[in-house]
Design a binder for this molecule. Structure first.
Ligand code: FPP
Length: 254
């Protein structure tokens, strides 16, 4: 086996099943080039395209991208419109190509706050790709971890009231099933670009044991090479899930 394919093989063994990304730094990328913020978001959409393709090729099962948070609604109205328009156009343009690449698209977030047209486009992208078996691409739009938890609590309370859920049976597994990422493995690796070291109300429940990787690279500069570097950094981490290093070693050998 050549050195290159040995390296590729080794990387595949350590590839996270689920990568979640906080794509930060579009505004600063544009500012550094004396361009309007929207140019940064457009360049960010190009990074999305590259990273989705690279993640699929690496054998990642799920890629969750934080496209727009519950809190992003407080940005200037003009920027919110630019972002919504970019999501709509990107979905219109890319859905068929993603479908051809066997990608399954899933949206999480408070859809009721999105325009009817965007809601329809999201639903049709999900329906078109529902049976695909390759990478699952989760787009978090109008999403907040607290929103997700509050919605789960509300839905559990409704089911309990309707006699469909016994409150005594509510445990971690049950809770997970009421949250947006139901049915998907939890993130192994969270990457945040743009230099800040925060989770910013992303997947609060699901990130409990994720490895956190904060990189200075601004999102529009993050591409295939940077994703490979992030996965290499992940491969070097020891995940203990609350166990001792010796226990982990024993489990690994078994
Ligand atoms: C954060 O950078 C980025 C966003 C709020 C938007 C993310 C959107 C994209 C990458 C565009 C395309 C996405 C999809 C899914 C098609 P920022 O504006 O907060 O940057 P700053 O911190 O430098 O100001």
């Amino acid at each position: 086996m050549s050195d290159v394919s040995a390296e590729r093989n080794d990387r595949r063994r350590h590839v996270p099943r689920h990568i979640a990304i906080v794509m930060d730094g579009n505004g600063r990328w544009a500012k550094a080039r004396m361009m309007p913020r929207q140019a940064g978001h457009r360049a960010g959409a190009e990074s999305v395209r590259q990273v989705v393709e690279a993640a699929g090729k690496m054998g990642v099962e799920v890629l969750t991208l934080f496209a727009f948070s519950s809190e992003n609604w407080s940005r200037p109205q003009e920027e919110v419109s630019v972002l919504m328009d970019l999501f709509l156009r990107t979905l219109e343009k890319e859905s068929v190509r993603l479908h051809e690449h066997n990608v399954r698209i899933r949206m999480i977030g408070d859809r009721a706050r999105l325009s009817r047209r965007l809601q329809e486009q999201m639903a049709s992208a999900e329906a078109l790709t529902a049976d695909n078996t390759g990478l699952t691409l989760v787009i978090a739009a109008s999403y907040g971890g607290r929103w997700d938890l509050a919605r789960a609590a509300r839905r559990m309370a409704q089911d309990a009231r309707d006699g469909q859920l016994d409150p005594n049976e509510i445990n971690e597994q049950c809770m997970t099933s009421y949250l947006s990422l139901d049915g998907l493995p939890e993130p192994d690796l969270l990457i945040r670009t743009g230099g800040e070291k925060r989770i910013s109300n992303f997947l609060l429940w699901h990130l409990a044991y994720a490895e956190l990787l904060f990189v200075d690279t601004l999102w529009p500069d993050f591409g295939t090479d940077e994703l490979h570097a992030a996965v290499d950094a992940f491969a070097g981490r020891e995940r203990r899930f609350g166990m001792t290093a010796e226990q982990v070693e024993r489990v690994g050998r078994a």
